[in-house]
Design a protein around this ligand. Structure first.
Ligand code: KG4
Ligand code: ZN
Length: 346
């Protein structure tokens, strides 16, 4: 059994966690910067980097104290090395390098998306490879086939916005708080999902990619028309998002050999309506549906520590060099072709 310290600082959550290779979260702390970014309706990179720099070291000390561990008890230090806001990623990665050097243990540079992709296996010991993964967060929106640690095949991505971004922008249009996902979800419960006619971009097209820019503009027009109640706009938006996700997944799943499980991860996987729709799709296809608990869906360090555990346990394990660089972009599937669209996301 090994124990790994995980560090996450790629966006607006500063987090540290200790996780064992037998799936025990020994300690974890997380500090959200929501309040600092709220006035801007989105994450401001400079504010984020400064906050990570201030909070991270005391947080690591606190997590080590929570777990009653010393540095020499660690088997590895894992940190997000990208993709993300480069200032924040550097803060976390540099701290991890220093700790790995000081305690003479391997440094494991984790792809943040790999953290999300493997997080369901931390929560569910029964989940084996392969599985189909819907990875939906503020910065990413992909469907992947996961064949093993380090083996990811991208089946679909977004040609413009990520789904979480669409939730955040809808929240901004409706004057709700940041982050938008939870606030839109709450308001949607009071609304009629059929009240506002909204588009389902790319639904009906043969390719499994996502697009949400047109949906966001339609939400803006609906709001500006003054004809609809905010809860109805929120509910109709969420329904459109859900319909897009299910339609795109159907197409993506048809492109691969059947896999036993449909897995959702990333911040938007915390959405109950979307979870229910996914559960329905999975049962229709005789697949098991797996989604981690809400606390493991949004950014956290336990998933980074766990990805470190998975790497540590893999047969071809090697530590990363201490001069490894932080990467603003880092696709999980480097072979995947860029798709048409203005804002290609890795
Ligand atoms: O995974 P995450 O914490 O950070 C990224 O790696 O991006 O995802 C954050 C995103 C935000 O866009 C947030 O609005 C969205 O996940 N989100 C939700 C919900 N909770 C968080 N979206 C829809 N419904 C939710 N309940
Ligand atoms: Zn994330």
């Amino acid at each position: 059994m090994g124990i790994v310290l995980g560090i996450e600082s790629s966006c607006d959550e500063t987090a540290a966690a200790l996780v064992t290779t037998d799936r025990r979260i020994v300690a974890q702390r997380i500090a959200s910067q929501d309040e600092a970014h709220a006035p801007y309706g989105g994450v401001v990179p400079e504010i984020a980097a400064r906050a990570h720099a201030e909070k991270l070291v005391p947080m690591i000390e606190a997590v080590m104290a929570d777990g009653a561990l010393e540095l020499h008890d660690l088997d590895a230090v894992a940190a997000t090395a990208g993709p993300g806001l480069i200032g924040g990623v550097m803060v976390g990665l540099v701290s991890a390098k220093a700790l790995a050097m000081a305690s003479n243990v391997p440094l494991i540079a984790i792809n943040h998306l790999e953290g999300h992709a493997l997080s369901p296996r931390l929560a569910d010991p029964e989940l084996g490879f392969p599985y189909a993964l819907l990875l939906v967060s503020g910065g990413h929106c992909q469907i992947l086939r996961v064949d093993g640690v380090g083996q990811y095949r991208r089946l679909a991505t977004t040609i413009d916005d990520a789904l979480g971004e669409a939730f955040d922008k809808t929240a901004k249009i409706l004057g709700l708080g940041y982050p938008g996902g939870p606030t839109v979800e709450r308001l949607a419960r009071e609304g009629n999902a059929k009240a506002v006619p909204l588009p389902r971009p790319l639904v009906g097209s043969g390719e499994p990619h996502f697009s949400f820019a047109g949906l966001k503009s339609a939400v803006l027009r609906a709001k500006e028309s003054g004809r609809y109640q905010d809860p109805d706009i929120a509910a109709s938006f969420q329904q459109a998002a859900e319909d897009c996700v299910i339609d795109r997944l159907r197409i993506a799943l048809d492109t691969i050999e059947p896999v036993p499980a449909l897995v959702a991860a990333g911040g938007v996987a915390a959405n109950q309506a979307i979870r229910q729709a996914l559960e329905h799709l999975a049962s229709e296809r005789n697949m098991r549906f797996v989604a981690p608990p809400l606390s493991l869906c949004t950014d956290n360090a336990a998933m980074i520590a766990w990805a470190g555990c998975e790497r540590l346990e893999s047969t071809d394990f090697h530590a990363d060099p201490l001069d490894i660089a932080a990467r603003p972009r880092w696709p999980l599937d480097p072979e995947a072709e860029p798709v048409r669209g203005a804002g290609y996301k890795a």
